[in-house]
Design a protein around this ligand. Structure first.
Ligand code: DON
Length: 370
């Protein structure tokens, strides 16, 4: 089996990082120009020192509030806070409550979208849900007036349409089994459903039922509605940790292959499409601000988790359950902002240097040999 994520590195002693950060706020690149590559697990690496610094700076932030519109969600400790980074070489660096479990919630939407693309193909998925940012709250009861489809798969309307597609293709129970297995493969350990949260979601999910019926009327969901909703409620109620989110993100970053287990989890084309939508729509009505300030594809959930993908390099998972008005973790956002700044992770940052592949098209033609 593929559950073998044991014996990975954990964060080491707190240490000073003065000198590691340059005047522009970035960490100075190591010889290998890869700040993560210096980690060897034997002594506090530069990345562990950076993680410790970010953690210490962000921990005092107590803005925001626990989600309580689903009663079970309000039962977590508001103080929990953890950060994990997994590399595409399979190393993990973590700090704080990085192994505390919480429900995955909307972070699941990125993974189910990836599955639907793979199972049903791009055209069929695009027929049910678009790829445009909505600029509206995640639970808005609205569709694009142009297409009469939900704006994107990262808001509730789009995610329920995706659950409907998975249900139509696999049947509700089989779809959940496959989904749980796929999420587990991406995390590198066997995940489980939180029955109490699932019941709470289902009992209080009236707004999602309204959205599902709107989907039905627009032809973006097939009858019967309830099993598709049930699949959505169950996918949101899977327990994960920040470390799990980091490995899920690293699996996406590693072109769909879990870097620790070597398991091929997601199709490469689906991974590309999913990251694109995460980049423009993954943080609800803060998506534009996030892409501007943090600049990496990401997905959040009201359980307090955020998953961020730095393509071909690292996956980042954060957990802190106090949320801002958009439903995103306040400490999670601050942690990502600092990590992006210090490590130069923004897609358009100066560390994003040229590609040999692109350069090869611009090379001067070689003179014909005599
Ligand atoms: O649809 C719901 O209400 C939740 N179970 C999932 C929402 C979620 O995580 C959206 N978040 N930011």
């Amino acid at each position: 089996m593929f559950w073998k994520r044991a014996g990975t590195n954990s964060a080491t002693e707190p240490s000073e990082i003065s000198g590691a950060i340059s005047a522009n706020g970035h960490a100075e690149p190591s010889e290998a120009a890869d700040p993560i590559a210096t980690a060897n697990g034997s002594s506090p690496s530069r990345i562990d020192a950076i993680l410790t610094d970010v953690y210490d700076r962000v921990r005092p932030i107590s803005d925001g509030a626990l989600a309580d519109y689903i009663p079970e969600l309000a039962k977590v400790s508001p103080e929990s806070f953890g950060i994990a980074i997994a590399t595409t070489q399979g190393k993990v660096h973590k700090i704080g409550d990085a192994d505390t479990e919480f429900t995955i919630q909307s972070t699941s939407k990125a993974l189910t979208y990836c599955m639907a693309l793979e199972l049903c193909g791009r055209q069929e998925v695009l027929g049910r849900v678009g790829v445009e940012p909505s600029g509206d709250p995640f639970n808005a009861i609205e569709f694009s007036p142009l297409t009469r489809r939900p704006y994107n798969p990262m808001v509730n309307g789009g995610a329920i349409a995706v659950s409907g597609l998975l249900r139509d293709t696999l049947g509700a129970d089989e779809a959940f089994e496959r989904l749980l297995e796929r999420f587990s493969q991406a995390a590198g350990r066997k995940l489980r459903l939180n029955e109490d949260v699932y019941r709470s979601e289902s009992q209080t999910g009236h707004r999602n039922r309204a959205i599902a019926h709107l989907l039905l009327s627009a032809g973006a969901l097939q009858e019967p509605v309830e099993p598709a909703l049930d699949l959505y409620f169950r996918q949101c109620s899977i327990m994960v940790t920040a470390t799990d989110l980091a490995f899920m993100a690293a699996t996406i970053a590693n072109l769909g292959v879990n870097p620790l287990t070597g398991e091929h989890v997601f199709d490469i084309d689906a991974v590309r499409d999913t990251q694109s939508v995460m980049f423009s729509c993954g943080m609800y009505d803060y998506s534009g601000g996030w892409t501007y300030e943090v600049g990496i594809p990401a997905k959040s959930g009201v359980g307090g988790g955020i998953l961020g993908v730095v393509n071909r390099q690292i996956g980042i998972g954060t957990y802190s359950p106090r949320l801002d008005r958009t439903g995103n973790s306040t400490r999670g956002i601050e942690s990502f902002k600092m990590l992006s700044n210090v490590l130069g992770l923004h897609a358009f940052d100066l560390t994003n240097t040229g590609s040999a592949f692109v350069n090869s098209f611009f090379a001067e033609p070689k003179a014909d040999s005599p």
